[in-house]
Ligand binder design. Structure first.
Ligand code: APR
Length: 254
């Protein structure tokens, strides 16, 4: 069972986490949608989640992209417009500072918003691909998206439909992302699990791999989740937007 730090005790938990990173680091980081909420991107699950609005069985699977691209693009347009307007928030920036100072080995992200790279993180593993790039499902032509105005046309000159270069349910994780993430999970002494409901595999397997060989699992999330009562050692119960800058300050000073 995790040691849960919240409210007044949070700073004690942040100090303990900084100590663990100094002793057992550099830390592997796994991020999910929660880290980008304060950049204006809704999560997938819970209040305001994308899957509350669009049935994930209907819109989240590769089958809808293949069979009914016009329908898939209803959800995709909304998702990509939000992502392409978003800017990194203090949590993304703090992780980039911590990486620069040598306290983070890799940031494995389930997010497709590109905000870790935009914040300056260099060692980012895009576990579910990226939303800022489209490719034609018929001829393979690619297009970069820099802003919401780039989303159209969704049809290629060849007559095929474009799709985002990210992983739908029913598709494999990019092999290089899988290899790097699990290789690092087997090596690291500490993993920071930030802003994820830890319900989607194989991403959610990473903290279990770290725990299996004796690594420390630290969770940063306002909500208790499936890891907290099983493998989490330190639970910093709160928003990553406020906690990560405090952790950065503990490690490298203000
Ligand atoms: N700071 C940190 N965590 C937060 C914050 C915050 N300010 N606000 C919410 N959270 C947490 C929620 O408590 C929840 O645990 O962020 C998590 C969001 O969970 P999901 O919406 O399920 O997002 P995620 O875990 O990234 O989903 C994984 O599912 O649909 C697929 O491919 C999609 O990558 C996504 C995957």
């Amino acid at each position: 069972m995790a040691e849960v730090y919240e409210g007044e005790e949070l700073i004690a938990g942040v100090r303990k986490t900084a100590e663990v990173i100094r002793e057992r680091g550099p830390a592997l980081v796994l991020t999910g949608a929660g880290i980008s909420i304060d950049s204006g991107i809704p999560p997938f699950r819970g209040p305001g989640g994308l899957w509350e609005k669009y049935d994930v069985e209907e819109y989240g699977h590769i089958e809808v992209m293949r069979r009914n691209p016009e329908k898939a693009w209803i959800m995709l347009r909304e998702m990509l417009e939000t992502i392409l307007k978003a800017k990194p928030n203090p949590a993304h920036l703090a992780l980039a500072d911590m990486e620069k100072a040598g306290f983070i080995s890799y940031t494995v992200t389930q997010n497709v918003d590109g905000l870790h790279e935009a914040a300056g993180s260099k060692r980012v593993v895009k576990f579910h691909g990226e939303g800022g790039k489209l490719y034609c499902m018929k001829c393979g032509r690619t297009r970069k998206l820099t802003g919401p105005e780039d989303i159209d046309p969704i049809r290629c000159e060849c007559g095929g439909y474009f799709r985002p270069d990210f992983v739908f349910f029913g598709e494999p994780i990019p092999p290089n992302a899988l290899y790097t993430s699990f290789t690092e999970a087997e090596k690291t002494g500490v993993i920071l699990v930030i802003g994820t409901s830890a319900q989607v595999y194989p991403a959610a397997q990473l903290p279990y791999e770290v725990k299996r060989h004796g690594g420390v699992v630290v969770e940063i999330n306002p909500a208790i989740g499936p890891l907290t009562s099983t493998i989490t050692d330190i639970m910093l119960k709160g928003s990553s937007t406020t906690i990560l800058p405090k952790l950065r300050d503990e490690l490298i000073g203000r």
